[in-house]
Design a binder for this molecule. Structure first.
Ligand SMILES: *Cc1c(COP(=O)(O)O)cnc(C)c1O
Length: 380
């Protein structure tokens, strides 16, 4: 079986892990944590980066740092991994789910603007969702498959309504938006994940990046139990969300190869698009012209009247190739199906038809050719 996605750990990962053991720096203080934060800042053009124990905890602490709290609404696209919505819930807030655009699979700015104009009102300095009476606190765009959302447009709308923006950039390390690096897309804070299936992994982990040094400082303070000084004094309810030096060791070794890993992902995506994107009943994953995405996963979108996605997947799997469905939108998830939500025609059209295909960074051309030949045969 050619697997969907496995990490490539043949750089300095083992050596750095051994260094953690021999120096006894295994916990959340250690040189690899500092080094990882510096490497992430450099790679994303951020003034500061705070390593976290996961992307989810990074999102939670970022939302907390910008002031999201109990009862608030946070606007987010329905088409995402459930962690985006969970982080909002962990703040005691609720998602306000919106649809995506077909050409980017990211938050639809025109819909965002229409919803804010028609469904909210000002109350002093606060923006209130009229029907529910809840405060609208922030917008959380998601960089789907490492593809930045249309951030200039979204952030311009956010400014009109005085909303903060936290970007879920979990799989977007290496992406650019209008030639700007990840931390300069316009969000107040952006969050990366180093989960095992991401292009750059630390085993598990994440990072919050930003360009407002006070805000980044607040994130760091919150991740480290809001401790002030060395004698067990804490000035607020904080979190223990720090990354360990062991995880950071793996992350540093991976970050040393960031350009190569992202280039491999893009090469794999281009080859699939070239070979499969114009088969009858198939379309490629979208690539809007505003960005150079990080191409986290590759695959195809099946369009009727070819096989159903399930049938195609079964046949491809029978040929020894792991092919999987992708995200199920939040408005179809039990914890979120009763959330405030727009109509979702685009998400509902797309999500059942997405098929991800093997895309490990070390996938050989020969193996990719096998995948391509099998898919061509099954779909033509
Ligand atoms: C992977 C991912 C996350 C979660 O990151 P973890 O490190 O697994 O907590 C959040 N959002 C999106 C869009 C992701 O792809």
């Amino acid at each position: 079986m050619i697997p969907l996605c496995t990490p490539s750990l043949d750089g300095n990962e083992a050596r750095y892990l051994q260094e953690c053991i021999s120096t006894t720096f295994v916990s959340s203080v250690g040189p690899f944590v500092d080094r990882l934060e510096a490497m992430v800042s450099t790679a994303t053009g951020a003034c500061g980066a705070v390593a976290t124990s996961s992307g989810t905890t990074g999102l939670h602490v970022a939302l907390t740092a910008i002031g999201v709290g109990p009862g608030d609404l946070v606007i987010m696209p329905t088409y995402t991994f459930i962690a985006s919505a969970n982080a909002i819930s962990h703040c005691g807030a609720q998602p306000w789910l919106m649809d995506i655009t077909a050409n980017s699979w990211t938050l639809d700015p025109a819909l965002l603007e229409r919803e804010l104009a028609s469904a909210t009102r000002r109350d002093g300095g606060r923006l209130i969702h009229t029907a529910s009476g809840r405060r609208v606190a922030a917008i959380l765009p998601v960089y789907t498959l490492g593809q930045p959302a249309d951030m200039d447009t979204i952030c311009a709308i956010a400014r009109v309504y005085d909303l903060k923006v936290v970007a879920d950039a979990a799989a977007a390390l290496g992406a650019t938006y209008k030639d700007r690096p990840l931390a300069q897309c316009g969000a107040d804070l952006s969050v990366i994940s180093f989960n095992g299936n991401k292009t750059v992994t630390a085993g598990g982990g994440g990072a919050v990046i930003g360009n407002d040094s006070d805000l980044v400082k607040r994130v760091r303070h919150l991740t480290t139990t809001a401790r002030i000084g060395g004698d067990y004094l804490h000035d607020q309810v904080g979190f223990n969300y720090r990354l360990t030096n062991i995880n950071a060791a793996v992350g540093c070794a991976q970050l040393e190869r960031l350009d190569d890993l992202v280039a491999a992902k893009r090469r794999i995506r281009s080859r699939y698009n070239g070979a499969l994107g114009s088969l009858p009943g198939v379309s490629p994953f979208p690539r809007p012209d505003w960005s150079n995405g990080a191409d986290w996963f590759s695959g195809i979108v099946l369009a009727p009247p070819a096989l159903t996605t399930d049938q195609a997947r079964e046949r491809i799997r029978a040929a020894g190739i792991e092919a999987r469905p992708f995200w199920r939108p939040m408005h179809h998830q039990p914890p979120y199906e009763h959330c405030l939500a727009t109509a979702m025609p685009v998400s509902d059209d797309i999500w059942p038809r997405v098929l991800t295909l093997p895309c490990s960074t070390h996938l050989s051309e020969a193996d990719q050719d096998r995948v391509i030949a099998a898919v061509q045969e099954i779909l033509s």
